[in-house]
Design a protein around this ligand. Structure first.
Ligand code: ZN
Length: 381
């Protein structure tokens, strides 16, 4: 990999060329595992297990059995329309819309982002989530945006046979190949992640994490980690990085705004756990801007809204961590696209920046979060 540059799907570029960067999006993704109904996902994904475990948090409280299954069957793959839009927002899980694979839609969204000042999208679609190197190149060319592709693997439900049978060294070498040689005739990854973990961590997930840390050390590429829900989920990752001699300052902790608070105060929106984790030197990524439910579907987690996300950022900046803050939308659901009534990639440049100014962020801090920090994070060291 070329030190000092950012590796995009169209080649290495100077970090300063990126412009406004969203470090955690899914340009093209399929989280449904090709399922044709929610039935076939039961006991497969974390979300579905959660649905079974906490029926009270669901669409039809108290109907843990066939009642729910029957309603799933009706909603699955329903096109999003004005009449069901609010329902989809709250209960997207039932609609099977957690895939983004229509390239025309993606190019439309990418052009809107560009029109609102966007410069670069990081596609955190890891192997097994329908990563599409050629598709990313096409979107990059047609929308005139930089796109960075990811490597490594998501949670074990999405692992293929290769991941199950490979040892850590073989997995590391596969990641190195993606970074240094490329896939689909030389499209190279520029970030390792998002590495998907459950809590407790599945043994194969730990294997992938260790292989990813080793590849990070060898290449200087950034490492991005999605943890499960649990009081110690992030801290277990920190410990494994330390065991492997990895670089915490090159590590991004994803989704902290709704996964980290489970440590001590699930519903207090207390910034203390954030400051505690930031002290390890990692990037703190608040990457679900625009998602404003009152609870996380299928999980007993109170969801922060954008204002609370900004409060966390303020607390972290005040504590001296302004150079380690990243924000994004993690758009992986069709109804979050503009075309389907969602906030789209333009939400941060168009709306969140206004809210930042209203809440007293100075221009320097906004520039840091939207430009400088993601540039530094993506630069191969
Ligand atoms: Zn994630």
């Amino acid at each position: 990999m070329i030190k000092g540059k950012v590796q995009t799907v169209l080649g290495a570029v100077e970090p300063s060329e990126l412009g406004l960067t969203l470090p955690h999006e899914h340009v093209i993704v399929d989280m449904t595992l090709g399922a044709c109904s929610a039935h076939s996902l039961v006991n497969i994904t974390e979300s579905v297990r959660r649905a079974a475990a906490f029926p009270d948090a669901g669409l039809e409280p108290g109907e843990a059995g066939p009642g729910i299954a029957a309603s799933w069957a009706k909603k699955w793959n329903q096109p999003i329309c004005l009449e069901n839009r609010a329902d989809v927002e709250r209960h997207w899980f039932y609609y099977g819309n957690y895939k983004i694979n229509d390239l025309d839609d993606v190019i439309h969204e990418a052009k809107l982002f560009k029109r609102h000042g966007g410069g670069c999208l990081v596609d955190q679609t890891s192997i097994g989530l329908a990563r599409d190197p050629k598709g990313l190149q096409q979107v990059s060319r047609e929308a005139g945006l930089h796109i960075v592709m990811a490597t490594s693997w998501y949670t074990h439900e999405y692992h293929n046979e290769e991941v199950k049978t490979f040892d850590i060294g073989q997995l590391r070498d596969r990641i190195l190949r993606d970074l240094e040689v490329g896939v689909a005739n030389g499209v190279r990854a520029g970030i390792i992640g998002e590495v998907g973990l459950n809590w407790p961590m599945h043994p194969d997930e730990e294997k992938v994490l260790r292989a990813s840390i080793q590849a990070q050390k060898l290449t200087g590429a950034p490492l991005s980690v999605h943890t499960g829900f649990g009081p110690d989920a992030y801290w277990r990752v920190v410990k494994i990085i330390e065991e492997e001699g990895g670089d915490l300052s090159r590590t991004i902790m994803c989704h902290v705004e709704h996964r980290l608070p489970t440590r001590s105060a699930p519903d207090s929106f207390d910034p203390a756990p954030f400051i505690e984790l930031a002290r390890t030197g990692v990037y703190m990524e608040l990457d679900c801007f625009g998602w404003e439910g009152s609870y996380r579907q299928r999980g007993k987690v109170d969801m922060p809204n954008d204002a609370v996300r900004l409060n966390y950022l303020t607390a972290l900046a005040d504590a001296g961590f302004e150079s380690k803050l990243l924000i994004s939308h993690d758009i992986a659901l069709q109804h979050w696209q503009r075309k389907h009534g969602g906030h789209g990639w333009q939400h941060i440049p168009e709306t969140v920046t206004q809210l930042m100014r209203y809440k007293g962020f100075d221009a320097k801090l906004i520039e840091r979060i939207l430009y400088t920090n993601p540039q530094e994070m993506l630069t191969i060291k």
